[in-house]
Design a protein around this ligand. Structure first.
Ligand code: NCD
Length: 309
């Protein structure tokens, strides 16, 4: 399978066979991601890291991944310190990054920005989140976490909880889980439901889907509980946000009647939706999940540049 030169804009651009191949390759990266083994396969390669929106895990895990492979990174995490501030277009900024590097990773507040960037670039573009749109590399690491924790992705009973309207991670993950024949339960406040077109897309893939605003009943049979943050920055109206923030809070009391093998995931950052007491339980895998971003992103950088282990 050859991914050299490919863009990663949406998980929908990958077949299940391709996803499986990438997850398998990412497993090989784990000892390198932990620093137990070293490699210089990306020696001489440069990654442009263009973050127009805040990020902790995605940006740092891409930087860690590139460093672990012995490549170099240029870029910015604050677009106000770039010529964007002078009115430069996104297309021109991308042309520059293309000229200075071998691969571009970009996060932007506008949906579709990554697809546009890819049109202006001859080097691969990786979408690190485009507004409320997509977040494919997070999707790879979410699937990878389920695979490592549960040994298989097929047929898992998964709850996607929280802000399903604006949360880009769940827009990618719902589709991918449908590819794997997962049983999906979408739990959200009424005004933050999964967009209809994504529900239809998942159904067309044959997924069995329930939608509800009540977590108590759904959680009893779940294998995976995927919690999301209410995406405050995407709300047009602060009052609307105030009405839904705090709707769900995962705490130890709620976890009394769940399947003992339940895993709780979260792309992070969390605000109030998971109480810190849950961190100590065996259910919590969200910090391991955040680490899994490193081997996944190492695998993707390696495959897109065609420099493999
Ligand atoms: C998510 C994002 O940016 O979409 N974070 C991440 O990449 N791990 C989730 C969020 O911001 O709530």
């Amino acid at each position: 399978m050859n991914f050299k030169g490919k863009d990663i804009i949406s998980i929908r651009d990958f077949s299940k066979t391709e996803i499986n191949f990438i997850l398998k390759y990412a497993k090989k990266m784990i000892p390198y991601a932990k620093g137990e083994k070293t490699t210089d396969i990306l020696h001489g390669k440069v990654l442009s890291s263009l973050f127009f929106e805040p990020s902790t895990r995605t940006r740092l895990s891409f930087e860690s991944a590139m460093n672990r492979l012995n490549g170099k990174i240029i870029g910015f995490a604050d677009p106000t310190a770039t010529s964007q501030k002078k009115g430069e277009s996104l297309a021109d900024t991308i042309r520059m990054a293309e000229a200075y590097s071998d691969i571009i990773v970009m996060r932007h507040h506008l949906e579709g920005a990554a697809r546009l960037a890819a049109e202006f670039s001859n080097v691969p573009v990786i979408n690190a989140g485009d507004g409320a749109g997509r977040h494919p590399t997070q999707c790879f690491l979410d699937l990878f976490t389920i695979l490592l924790e549960k040994k298989k992705i097929d047929g898992q009973n998964v709850i996607l909880l929280g802000d399903l309207k604006y949360g880009r991670t769940v827009h990618s993950l719902a589709y991918a889980l449908a590819l794997y024949g997962a049983e999906l339960t979408f739990v959200s406040p009424k005004n933050l439901q999964m967009p209809k077109e994504i529900v239809s897309e998942c159904k067309e893939l044959g997924a069995n889907i329930q939608s509800t605003s009540k977590l108590d009943k759904a959680i009893r049979n779940a294998d995976v509980l995927y919690v999301t943050r209410i995406q405050k920055e995407r709300f047009p109206d602060a009052e609307e946000y105030n009405q839904v923030v705090g709707t769900y809070q995962i705490n130890n009391e709620l976890l009394n009647n769940v399947n003992e093998n339940l895993i709780i995931m979260h792309p992070l950052p969390r605000v109030t939706e998971i109480s810190p007491e849950v961190d100590q339980t065996d259910f919590a895998v969200y910090f391991k999940q955040a680490f899994n971003g490193v081997p996944i992103r190492m695998a993707l950088l390696s495959l897109l540049t065609g420099e493999t282990l």
